[in-house]
Structures are given as structure tokens and as C-alpha cells.
Design a protein around this ligand. Structure first.
Ligand SMILES: [Zn+2]
Length: 186
């Protein structure tokens, strides 16, 4: 089936809250939200959403025929979300997806130039399985996961179990230590 696009008001609504929170630099930037009827691909991989910058000739054309006199086009972002995926996600995952796409949208505060920010981490599972946290960005990524788990589990004071190579490892004391360090520095 050919790709069909439709306005994504539900996505825009989620995005508005997120922009008011962690993405205030986007509050004065034009961002369009679009549902795509067919799966989206990025670098050959199926993705749930995509963020793009529209600039140059495309931005000029997108301004509409009224403005098709000689003018400098206004750059803007487009966030595409696969509608089928969106319909299957719960609220938390929808929020995470929109937050992810908004994080790609970067604004240079000096020049107001828009750009697409790459992911913090690009790595193969097989390499991490073989070599572990061999690079700083891989380690940072795993640290973020641990911090989030700590935050989620911290309230309950339960044991924190991590699965390593299929074996369950009790990391409660390490995590509590990290939490105390975090609290001390907060
Ligand atoms: Zn992404």
C-alpha cells in the first residue's frame, strides 16, 4: 500500500505537554505531527517514528502558494508516527515515543538553526554480549537504565535483581550505595 499521511492531533497533544516540560527550546519552533499509514523505515530499519527537519526548497514549497514569492523559507520539524504502532501503544509508551522524537529536534540558540540530533547510542546486541560495556557511550546507556531501575525500585526497598547472561544477580547493595551517593550529591 502506498504511504498515506494524516494530521496527528493526538501526537501533537502529547508533544505540547512534553515541550512545556523538558523541550522548552521548541516552544517557538514550528513542529508538524503526521500519522503515516504504513511502517516507517530509517537506515533500512523499521521504526515507530521519525523526526525530520524541513528546510531549503521543501520548506519554501511547504509555505504554500501565497508565499511563493521570493522569500527565505522558514525551517521546521516534522514528526512522523506510524499510526498502526501508535494505536497499539499504551499512554506511557506513546509519551516515550514522542519524547524520543522531540529529543532529535535541536535548535541552535545563537543562530536559531534547526538540526537533527543523532542517538546517544548505536551498538549491536552481539557486541555488547561479547565485550560488555566497552565504550563510554555504551556504559552511559546502561548506567541510565540502572538509574531508572533504581528510581522505580527505590521506593519499595526491595531486592534489585538484574539478569546477566540469563543468571539472576542481586545488585541491591550496589544500587543502594549508588542511591546514597546520588542523594548525598543532590
Ligand atoms: Zn530516534
Amino acid at each position: 500500500m502506498p504511504q498515506e499521511y494524516s494530521p496527528a492531533e493526538e501526537v501533537a497533544e502529547v508533544a505540547r505537554d512534553l515541550i512545556d516540560g523538558d523541550h522548552t527550546h521548541l516552544s517557538t519552533v514550528r513542529v508538524e505531527y503526521v500519522f503515516a499509514s504504513e511502517p516507517l523505515k530509517e537506515k533500512g530499519k523499521i521504526v515507530w517514528g521519525r523526526a525530520k527537519k524541513v528546510g531549503g526548497l521543501n520548506a519554501w514549497l511547504a509555505a504554500g502558494t501565497r508565499k511563493h514569492d521570493a522569500s527565505q523559507p522558514e525551517e521546521f520539524f516534522v514528526i512522523e508516527i506510524c499510526k498502526r504502532t501508535w494505536d497499539q501503544l499504551d499512554d506511557k509508551s506513546r509519551k516515550a515515543l514522542v519524547d524520543h522524537e522531540l529529543t532529535h529536534c535541536e535548535v541552535d540558540l545563537d543562530t536559531s538553526k534547526l538540526s537533527i540530533r543523532p542517538h546517544d547510542l548505536e551498538e549491536f546486541n552481539s557486541i555488547v554480549r561479547k565485550y560488555g560495556l566497552w565504550r563510554a557511550d555504551v556504559k552511559l546507556f546502561v548506567d541510565s537504565v540502572k538509574q531508572k531501575q533504581l528510581f522505580d525500585d527505590g521506593e519499595r526497598g526491595d531486592e534489585i535483581i538484574m539478569k546477566v547472561d540469563g543468571k539472576e544477580v542481586d545488585i541491591t547493595s550496589q544500587m543502594n550505595k549508588a542511591r546514597r551517593r546520588r542523594e548525598a550529591s543532590a
